[in-house]
Design a protein around this ligand. Structure first.
Ligand code: THU
Length: 165
């Protein structure tokens, strides 16, 4: 029996001002996306902004439904919007943030497993890493370079795919 370890590195920032100008812009866009969140059930707004290689920024927000599992997270709303508009689009980075009036969010909200799995496939498809910034409106920020840092045992099976784009 062997015990192996993953070595995962990520960046932390104390606040918005420490970010690069480009990342600041993307975080501000993610904040803007909170305005379109449809979250009457959880009252938990999630916003994301995704920067494409061509400079375009695509926004997404969580969209809930009275049949709870029918709703979708902000990240997948934006990622699938990109996939549907242009399957060849290359994603450079994405910023994610959250807000609720019910309590103070003190740490950056990290994406759920299903969203990470979808991010991972976009990364695999485009063959270049996606930077992810988890932006907390109240301060702390986490940045990872590449989805593998977030989901080391990602499910991949190339023989299931017949990717034609
Ligand atoms: N949510 C997201 O939009 N992204 C995530 O990665 C986790 C959770 C949403 C789903 C639901 O509308 C609300 O947050 C509360 O779970």
């Amino acid at each position: 029996m062997n015990v192996l370890n993953f070595n995962i590195s990520y960046e932390t920032y104390e606040n918005f001002n420490e970010l690069s100008e480009g990342d600041k812009l993307l975080c501000a866009k993610a904040e803007e996306a909170l305005n379109t969140s449809y979250s009457p059930y959880s009252k938990f707004k999630v916003g994301t902004a995704i920067l494409l290689e061509n400079g375009e920024v695509v926004l997404g927000s969580n969209q809930e439904n009275v049949a709870y599992p029918s709703g979708l997270c902000a990240e997948r709303v934006a990622l699938f919007t990109i996939g549907a508009a242009n399957p060849r689009a290359v994603i450079k980075s994405m910023a994610i943030t959250a807000y609720t009036e019910n309590f103070e969010i003190k740490n950056p909200v990290t994406s759920c497993g299903a969203c990470l799995q979808v991010m991972a496939e976009f990364e695999q498809k485009q063959q270049s890493p996606i930077n992810v910034i988890f932006y907390c409106l109240n301060g702390k920020i986490i940045k990872v370079k590449g989805i593998k840092s977030l989901l080391p045992f990602v499910f991949v099976e190339d023989r299931l795919a017949n990717i034609i784009i």
